[in-house]
Design a protein around this ligand. Structure first.
Ligand code: TGC
Ligand code: FAD
Length: 392
């Protein structure tokens, strides 16, 4: 029996390995993105705005904290289902995936894992429904790759509670957040605090002039003698390792998301090359262009395969953070290369926002930088292989 040629976006037929419910979740997310994101996202990118009107819809679609237990608003979903949701969101735009990553992995996850029962009850169901927005403040103006050097301080007050001073920068969703998970140095080490919008001494300001991830809000957080009660501290979050554990979850999601952006770019390039004629032939018929496509489908398929295995390890609770570094580094780089090649293949059409490729390409510059730069993950792997740290 002759087999049909596999589609370029699932060349290894990895769909077959998915459970029925995982395929349904992926398809529902894909349809939602096509219907609700695709038509307006280029406009938001140009305007430098996030489609805030979609936040509650995203909540009702189950895009926030889907792996958490139902009693906190989650759906108890497995790690592969979570990854597939992020893949589909980033097929639309990295800003959509970013929103979901921050809400799920960087806000709901630390509240669930390190918070008190009261903090969980207060925030998780609302965050899951999209009735509240959260942000995660780790990076500072002088401490990006080196968060352990943070200068934001948390000093205990004589009558109980804390006084926070410092500045956080590049914080996704900061100025629309109802609650910020802020990491600060106390006399006993790094601790995490839930700082609510409107708290005296706390201000969030949107940052302007970004040329990447424009359909996402990025902000600065200012803490100026900001006083908090003891109930604002996440009681179980002790040390930088707690912050890094949240990053592992988000990096896992980013590695999935990159597949979505890469697939959208490849789809656009293939379509264009089949339809655009030069020198009396479709561009797709030239060897040079086919070589590019062969390289891209190989990179994409390898990255997809990697995520399938990573999802298995995460579902079994066996995923090591160095494996996450490998996937984040590999997949974002693959997506960036696919986006750059695709853009080349589109000629002049590729520089407009009418096609999604240049938008993805610009977004992926941020994705490669945040959650640990490509270099940082190189050093994480270098240390894992040699036992020698090259950070300092
Ligand atoms: P180091 O001494 O190596 O480690 C401190 C402690 O943490 C442990 N650890 C980890 N634990 C869990 N997961 C990880 N990935 C971990 N990496 C290290 C480590 O074992 C140690 O534990 P202990 O018990 O011995 O104290 O720390 P270091 O200061 O040398 O830094 C290590 C380094 C550079 C790898 C780390 O700091 C790093 O990952 N830097 C990159 C910073 C980063 O990724 N920032 C992200 C900010 S959030 C963001 O970008 C959100 S974007 C959101 C969006 O829009 O999608
Ligand atoms: P730096 O650390 O100054 O690095 C600059 C360059 O030096 C990079 O190429 C880096 O790889 C390299 N470098 C650094 N250290 C070494 C070393 N030891 N050896 C060799 N090379 C090195 N942060 C948050 O806390 N929350 C958020 O929600 C958030 N959202 C973001 C959204 C966007 C759009 C962006 C762009 C960033 C966001 N960030 C957020 C910040 C992000 O995590 C940092 O930008 C990132 O960790 C890198 O830090 P940096 O920009 O200070 O670069």
């Amino acid at each position: 029996m002759r087999r049909s040629i596999p589609p370029f976006d699932d060349f290894l037929d990895l769909s077959e390995l998915l459970e029925e419910h995982q395929r349904s979740i992926r398809d529902a997310a894909r349809q939602w993105v096509e219907k609700r994101v695709r038509p307006t996202i280029a406009h938001h990118f140009e305007e430098g705005s996030f489609p805030v009107e979609l936040i509650r819809e995203m909540g009702s679609m189950g895009f926030f904290g889907p792996s958490l237990p139902e009693e906190y608003g989650g759906a108890g979903l497995d790690a592969i289902s979570y990854g597939l949701i992020l893949q589909e969101l980033e097929r639309g735009d990295s800003g959509m995936r970013s929103f979901s990553s921050v809400q799920s992995s960087l806000v709901m996850y630390p509240i669930f894992s390190y918070g008190s029962e009261q903090q969980r009850q207060r925030w998780l169901p609302r965050l899951a429904r999209g009735q509240a927005v959260g942000c995660f403040g780790l990076t500072e103006p002088d401490h990006g790759s080196d968060p352990g050097g943070m200068q934001t301080s948390a000093l205990p007050l004589p009558g109980g509670g804390w006084r926070l001073n410092g500045r956080k920068m590049w914080i996704t969703n900061g100025s629309i957040a109802d609650v910020a998970v802020v990491w600060a140095k106390s006399p006993d080490g790094i601790r995490a605090f839930l700082v609510e919008k409107g708290t005296p001494g706390f201000l969030a300001q949107t940052m302007a002039h970004k040329l990447s991830l424009r359909a996402s809000i990025t902000s600065e957080l200012l803490l100026d003698d900001c006083e908090l009660g003891e109930e604002a501290r996440l009681p179980e979050a002790m040390g930088l390792g707690a912050a890094l554990s949240c990053l592992n979850k988000a990096r896992y999601g980013i590695a999935w998301g990159a597949l979505g952006a890469a697939t959208d770019c490849l789809a656009c390039a293939v379509e264009h090359q089949k339809n655009r004629w030069q020198f009396g032939r479709p561009l797709a018929s030239f060897q040079l262009q086919q070589a590019r496509m062969a390289e891209m489908v190989s990179r994409l398929s390898q990255a997809q395969l990697l995520m399938w295995r990573l999802g298995q390890l995460e579902a079994q609770g066996r995923l090591h953070h160095t494996q996450v570094s490998l996937a984040k580094r590999n997949n974002v780089q693959a997506a960036l290369e696919i986006a750059r090649e695709s853009r080349q293949m589109l000629g002049a059409s590729g520089i407009t926002s009418e096609l999604s490729v240049m938008r993805h390409m610009l977004n992926l510059e941020s994705v490669s930088t945040y959650e640990g730069t490509h270099d940082i993950h190189t050093l994480v792997l270098g240390e894992a292989l040699t036992g020698m740290s090259a950070f300092r």
